[in-house]
Design a protein. Structure first.
Length: 340
């Protein structure tokens, strides 16, 4: 199965909200929620996609003809590629009820681990989601990253116990989920966290702690102060706030401010191996891709995930070769062109 076949198959299984578009650019679903759309007019998800396309890669084939190495070492593990599957919750509601979160995460986590990358898993009001996700990660000897919502500290402590049991290589918190409706008006309060609260959570984690949902230099430096090992430059795919900048627009300044003091992931509209290359050139260590992996799971289960990983990997390898670099460390700002 190739990814085009996977998309066609997904159209018969994925429900009425997602259109299983050949290129997931946010236009068909716009602000469709339930569904994969974005908040407000749906502008942010579309902007995420469009801004990567405005960045161009710099071809340079006057270089030594050497094999290309796409591998990444991160948190003591080696991965075949510098991209990861992103966390998605409530798949039955947003994408179609032929799968629930338990079945979805089981397929995604095991398939990603088998084919050289790792999956971030989601969290939700149903406690069984985190239970099943961490069990799936444990089956892969910890090759997966659970993502915990910004609940109150007591609930988070319980979630972290499951993370420890899974032996996950890292744990994330999507702090921008503070904008999701189901976290509002909870008792005890859930939502945004202070630096001190994040510091407590990082200590609870007992493993590399990733703060997901950073869109400013100020936010990145606060995450660093809290003891985070990494951040994800992310606007939650546009699902929590309308009229945001695209992640491609803020990544470089955040990477320059943080330097080598922590790892940097980025998500939002990244859809190809060429986009992955652009993100690394602007300062990311790795990227996260969410919505297209949903299509992959719905359209082909393990075979679908494999087809999408191979598609991205082939595109990245080809881009590196044509831009005169043979390892991820060689990808730098000179490898891309942006409008001044």
């Amino acid at each position: 199965m190739n990814y085009s076949e996977c998309i066609e198959n997904a159209k018969t299984r994925i429900g009425n909200y997602c259109k299983a578009c050949p290129e997931c650019n946010g236009r068909a679903c716009k602000n469709q929620m339930p569904g994969p759309g974005a908040k407000g007019v749906g502008d942010t998800a579309i902007r995420n996609y469009d801004k990567w396309k405005e960045i161009r890669v710099q071809m340079d084939t006057i270089a030594e003809n050497k094999p290309v190495d796409t591998s990444l070492e991160l948190f003591g593990k080696k991965f075949k590629y510098p991209f990861f599957a992103g966390p998605v919750g409530a798949v039955g509601l947003h994408y179609g009820d032929c799968l629930d979160d338990v079945a979805y995460n089981d397929i995604l986590v095991s398939s990603c681990a088998k084919y050289g990358i790792a999956a971030f898993t989601g969290d939700g009001v149903d406690s069984n989601v985190m239970v099943a996700a961490t069990k799936a990660i444990k089956k892969t000897d910890g090759i997966g990253i659970p993502t915990v919502k910004p609940w109150n500290l007591d609930v988070i402590a319980g979630k972290m116990e499951m993370v420890h049991e899974s032996k996950a290589l890292a744990v994330a918190m999507d702090i921008d989920a503070a904008g999701l409706p189901f976290l509002k008006n909870m008792e005890p309060p859930a939502g945004s966290k202070t630096v001190e609260e994040l510091r407590q959570i990082a200590k609870m984690a007992g493993t590399p702690f990733i703060v997901k949902g950073v869109m400013t230099v100020k936010g990145a430096l606060k995450a660093k102060e809290a003891g985070a090992s990494a951040i994800v430059v992310s606007n939650h795919g546009g699902r929590v706030l309308d009229q945001c900048p695209a992640t491609a627009e803020v990544l470089e300044e955040i990477a320059l401010a943080v330097g080598d003091s922590m790892k940097i992931f980025v998500d939002g509209g990244i859809r190809s191996g060429v986009d992955v290359f652009k993100a690394l050139a602007l300062g990311a260590d790795a990227v996260i891709i969410a919505r297209p992996f949903v299509t992959a799971v719905y359209g082909g289960a393990e075979e679908g995930v494999k087809s999408y990983i191979e598609k991205l990997g082939t595109e990245l390898e080809d881009t590196m070769k044509m831009c005169g670099v043979t390892s991820l460390e060689e990808i730098d700002r000179d490898c891309v062109w942006t409008r001044s």
